[in-house]
Structures are given as structure tokens and as C-alpha cells.
Design a protein around this ligand. Structure first.
Ligand SMILES: C[S@@+](CC[C@H](N)C(=O)[O-])C[C@H]1O[C@@H](n2cnc3c(N)ncnc32)[C@H](O)[C@@H]1O
Length: 410
């Protein structure tokens, strides 16, 4: 049987009986895909792993707690034979042959009438890999090829432009804090498929260098806006390019909806009738402290964290932040866009009850090669920022968590 290559095929199992013999690790690995394919799964096994049992309890399959018996494959379209009893496996295999049921065998691939490919999914396709030479089956090799293809499709390094359905409209992509590895898989794929990318200063700018030459990259900060407000000019650029039928990515730093004006862009696109997808990103508010060894919460130290914008001073009438209330909280305060105003912010927090000794850390250009951390207290932070020349972008963390990590004292 082994001298010809296997013939690849996709089984459409919805509502069709699939018999699984044995409830161990092999069944545990294969059952989720069979259930996802809509198969009517009958599991025959005296015992099962906890996960397989949970699937039976959830009604995802029927479990008969007994050993294999001749006749179990009656009515089956497909079978997975994976008991620990070689004789039972051979008997079931023989029954499959008799009844013309395709059977996978976990213990003896040579005796099997079907093989399970190494498979994975990405971007609406299933990738399934089998070795061509039946005498040279190497599951590790096929799994490695599967991983390379799936990973390539996910991160956009493998693009099949003619096969893909191009995303039309605009994707508002959260690019994460700056390290190019910290964008989401979906964001990276959309970036690889884009015709036009409108990018902020913050975020994973290194990724722009990897884009093919035909991709138009526009620096959002340099869009000429004349009589318009800057945001309006960006909205218009998004709309104009999308109207030309181009796949447009608006690449933003962090998450689009954390001080990112993402919803303003989404609303403008909706008003213009342009389809818009929002891809979340890793916000600097959590990831930048983390990259500098500061957890925003820590058991027994902080049970809450609050993220605030410090772009206007506490006494500025435009401020929407209730600094007096924040001063009374015991948890962590994470301040974005606060470098210029940190002196006034620290004074206000102390005036409303926070201890002047409260630890403060400023993390500049977090997750990039230029990352640096400067520590202070509420009493000293204003002078420290000047003395150390701390510049935006920086995330400022106020609270006992600053002292928790290896740098700290808690
Ligand atoms: C307009 S807000 C955008 C926040 C972004 N949407 C997010 O979720 O991270 C810009 C502020 O985010 C912070 N920030 C963003 N990226 C940063 C980084 N890599 N290092 C330090 N701070 C960063 C700074 O406080 C900066 O002034």
C-alpha cells in the first residue's frame, strides 16, 4: 500500500458519523478539529483524558465507556483508531477495510488507509501538509513546513496577491508601543496587504521599511492641512485613498482607542460610507511599564491602575481629569503625554493627599532600542525630568508598583 503517495482530500463531515477509538492523547489532539468540522463523533473507550471527558460532558461528542467491539464502524464515514491495544487496533483496521471506512491508525501508519496531514489555518485557508514519498513519512518535517506556511501567511511574509480577497476600505491598526514584534498578527497581515499606509510617529515604524516599493507610505504628521485641522486632514486622506479602491492601513501607536483618536477616524469613515476594520493594539500604558520591569498591578501592592492623559495641566479648564480624586486612590496611576506637565501634576497629587515619597518612574521610548527608565518620587520628579532631560514619548508610572521589580525596593 505504501509505494504510492497519499491522495489529498478535504472531508466534509457535517452531520456524518466519525468513530474515534481510544480516548487518550491522540484523541485529545484530533477531536477538536473533528468537532469543529461538524462531525457526529462517537468515542469508544473505557477511559478518557480530562479534556476529552469535558468535551463529552459538553455534548460535543457521544462517549461509550467500553472497549472496541466488532461492528463499531457500522455507519461510519471515517475513523480514528488510537487505542493502547494493538490487537484491537488491528481488528478495527480490518473492520474498516471490510466496511470501506477510511481509517487513520495512531500505532501503525503503514496499515492505515488514511493519514492525518499536519494542518493549520490562516486568513481563510486551511494549510495541510503530507509527505509525497509514502516510505519517507516524517511528521516533524511536515509540521515544520505547515508552521512556516501558516506563520508566513499570518505575519504577511508570505503573500499570495492573486488568490487573496483584498480588504477594501480602511483598517485602523493598533501597532503597539514601538517594537515591531509587538504588533498583532492581524495587523501585520493587513500591513503586508496594504496599498497605502498612513503612519503616526509613534508605533512600529521599523515595519514601514519592510513594505514593498509600490506601497505609498504617508507620514500623518506631514499631511499638509492648510485650513483644516490636522485630524480632519488625516480623515480626508484616508477617505480619498479608500475611494480610489486602495487597501488603506492607518497605522497607529499602541491601541487605536487609547488616546488615539481612533473613533474619530472610524466615525469619519462611516459618514463617508467607507468600510472600516479596527485592529486592537498593545497599549503603551501597560506594555511600556512592563518593558521597564514595572507591573501595573501586583498582588498585595496595587489592586487597580488608572490610565490618564497629562497633556493639559490639572488647573487648565480643558482638563477632564479629577486629579483630587485620583490623589486619594491607593493604586497605580499611569500618565500618558505627561512629561511637560508632570511638575504641576505631582504638586496637585501631593496637595490632595498622596505622599511626596510616592515612587515615580518615567519610561521613555519604551520597547525600542532607545528605551530608558528614570526613577524619582512625587517630590523630586519635576527637577529629575529637567536634570535627566526626559523627553516624550514617555509613560509615567506613579505608585508602589514602581518598587516591585528587580530595580525596586518593595
Ligand atoms: C497620543 S498617545 C497614544 C497612546 C497609544 N494609543 C497607546 O495606546 O499606547 C501618545 C503617548 O503614549 C505614550 N507612548 C506611546 N508609545 C510610547 C513608547 N514607546 N514609550 C513611551 N511612551 C509611549 C506617551 O505617553 C505618548 O505621549
Amino acid at each position: 500500500m505504501a509505494e504510492h503517495p497519499a491522495y489529498p482530500v478535504g472531508l466534509r463531515l457535517t452531520g456524518r458519523r466519525v468513530v474515534v477509538l481510544g480516548g487518550g492523547q491522540v484523541a485529545q489532539r484530533r477531536l477538536p478539529a473533528l468537532v469543529a468540522a461538524g462531525a457526529d463523533v462517537l468515542l469508544v473507550s473505557p477511559s478518557a483524558t480530562a479534556s476529552v471527558e469535558a468535551m463529552a460532558d459538553a455534548g460535543e461528542l457521544t462517549w461509550e465507556r467500553r472497549r472496541y467491539a466488532d461492528g463499531d464502524l457500522t455507519g461510519a464515514w471515517y475513523a480514528l483508531i488510537a487505542t493502547s491495544d494493538t490487537e484491537a487496533n488491528a481488528a478495527a483496521s480490518a473492520e474498516g477495510e471490510r466496511r470501506r471506512v477510511w481509517c487513520v491508525r495512531a500505532d501503525d501508519a503503514d496499515e492505515a488507509t488514511a493519514w492525518t496531514p499536519a494542518s493549520g489555518h490562516s486568513a481563510g485557508v486551511t494549510v495541510a501538509v503530507l509527505t509525497t514519498d509514502a516510505r519517507d513519512r516524517d511528521p516533524r518535517h511536515t509540521a515544520a513546513i505547515r508552521d512556516a506556511v501558516v506563520e508566513g501567511l499570518r505575519d504577511g511574509t508570505l503573500v499570495a496577491p492573486h488568490q487573496r480577497t483584498r480588504a477594501t476600505g480602511v483598517a485602523l491598526v493598533g501597532g503597539g508601543p514601538g517594537d515591531p514584534d509587538l504588533i498583532t498578527v492581524r495587523g501585520r497581515r493587513l500591513l503586508a496587504e496594504a496599498d497605502v499606509v498612513i503612519a503616526d510617529r509613534l508605533g512600529p515604524r521599523d515595519l514601514l521599511a519592510e513594505l514593498p516599493p509600490h506601497v505609498e507610505v504617508i507620514d500623518a504628521a506631514k499631511i499638509p492641512y492648510g485650513r483644516f485641522m490636522a485630524q480632519e486632514a488625516i480623515n480626508n486622506a484616508l477617505i480619498e485613498h479608500a475611494k480610489q479602491g486602495k487597501a488603506v492601513v492607518r497605522l497607529k501607536g499602541g491601541d487605536p482607542f487609547v488616546f488615539g483618536r481612533g473613533m474619530e477616524e472610524a466615525q469619519a469613515l462611516a459618514e463617508a460610507g467607507i468600510p472600516c476594520t479596527v485592529v486592537p493594539g498593545i497599549s503603551s500604558s501597560v506594555s511600556v511599564p512592563g518593558a521597564a520591569g514595572i507591573p501595573v498591578t501586583h498582588r498585595g501592592v496595587a489592586h487597580e491602575f488608572t490610565v490618564v492623559s497629562g497633556h493639559v495641566a490639572p488647573d487648565d479648564e480643558r482638563s477632564l481629569v479629577d486629579w483630587a480624586s485620583l490623589a486619594k486612590l491607593t493604586g497605580t496611576l499611569v500618565i500618558l503625554m505627561g512629561v511637560d506637565k508632570i511638575g504641576r501634576i505631582a504638586e496637585t497629587l501631593v496637595a490632595h493627599g498622596r505622599s511626596p515619597d510616592t515612587p515615580v518612574a518615567l519610561v521613555q521610548e519604551g520597547t525600542t532600542a532607545a528605551q530608558r527608565r528614570v526613577d524619582a518620587t512625587l517630590a523630586t520628579v519635576a527637577e529629575t525630568v529637567v536634570a535627566e532631560g526626559v523627553r516624550p514619548p514617555a509613560v509615567i508610572v506613579v505608585g508602589a508598583v514602581v518598587g516591585v521589580g528587580p530595580h525596586g525596593t518593595v
